[in-house]
Design a protein around this ligand. Sequence first.
Ligand code: SF4
Ligand code: SF4
Length: 485
Amino acid sequence: MDSSGPVSASAPAGPGARKIIPIVAAESELVGLYEASKKIYPRAVRGMFARWRWAMVFLTQLVFYGLPWAQWGERQLVLFDLAARRFYVFGLVLYPQDLIYLSGLLVVSALALFLFTAVAGRLWCGFACPQTVYTEIFMWVEHRIEGNRTARMRLDAESMSLEKLVKKWFKHLVWIGIAMWTGFSFVGYFTPIRDLGMAFLQTRLGSWEVFWVFFYGFATYGNAGFMREQVCKYMCPYARFQSAMFDRDTLIVTYDPGRGEPHAPRRKGIDPRSMALGDCIDCGLCVQVCPTGIDIRQGLQYECIGCGLCVDACGTVMQKMAYAPGLIRYDTQNGMEAGWTRRQLLRRVLRPRVLVYAAILALLVAGLLASLVTRTPLKVDVVRDRASLARIVEGGRLENVYRLQIMNATEEARDYRIAAHGIEGIGVSPDERIAIGPAQSRWVAVRLQVPYGVVPAGSHTVHFDVRDERGGIQVSEKAVFLVPR
Ligand code: SF4
Ligand code: SF4
């Protein structure tokens, strides 16, 4: 038996007894595997990337909050009317049968994400992701009400007072207001927003609308007010697989250790080389401004959302110290190691991987646009009426019954005429115009009749031809005509 292993504390004592190793650690020696997250108090910073972030906040929120209020003629410009199974996007009226366009849009979005990530890392995360955008808005509110980073830390540390209570309540009130408006705008994409507003004012909302306004509002309040960087660190899958899209020529926010190390504080005006120091003065500003609370000097980390705020912060420090800018900068791993110029870096952007992504993306976008432009604004679904069997009718003709759903995807009323082909002498009843209103659909019972005996028993392929008389558009749909034995 291996005598070096742990033994029971009840092993016998006496000459030759093995040394007893305690297997239960004292309570003071226990190491917890759980660590509560520490609240991050990001310091506000000014600079080019901070301005870009705010520009993106304005742009994305202008689109998100503004789009449901925009009109296209008599209707909402963008409306996903789930109840009526109709989607209005600018001048298009889409039916569930047009789901292929949504799939195409998702594929294009995914490829665009691959492309931008391969070129410049987590641009989406740092500048356009809703989590980033709403956290930025909520932090701005916090800053306005509770003060700067130091004031916020002091306020949280002090015991409850009337001033603290008022500030906290007011902050949460504003947050809840923004969150609820966000939930309301979100639901406004699925139900006409003006009607929704009136229904809210008159407290006559449907239960699903109330649920989604509160659910989306609550998610915004929780994610942007409390969870913040934890959503990026622990919940977002993109942070985990982004490294698969990076390569050594991807632009990332990076610290130049060759220039910055060894870091240490020093007075302004001292030549760091004379003290065998690098350019980093160890001020910690890059950590204080970071919304995820990391130290970029420790290298690329999955928590880094690529917001560039540490670039702004360090740039200010370098300027104050009269050092060259760019100790923290957007650079590539290859560029950093070889000391490439900006021109050399940009030349490497057009590498094979990026060109392939860009070519596929361009082809997909062109294909999607072409199919949208040439799309037929008429859809037809054919269902054989299983309740009625094939039968002989007046005049010795054999009849099968079908149900046709005719969908008018234009915004004008249209008349349609139904014909059929596939069997000699085939006829359609009723042989009359079918009127369908703008962006409406209608189910029509249609009987197909063929002279008895022209085709043998079995199933035969026939085609319904639905023709838009005014638009000159025709859609053909296949069906099966059954001839009994
Ligand atoms: S802001 Fe710049 S100088 Fe200050 S600690 Fe960060 S890297 Fe060093
Ligand atoms: S390390 Fe810099 S770029 Fe990355 S999240 Fe922090 S502040 Fe933003």
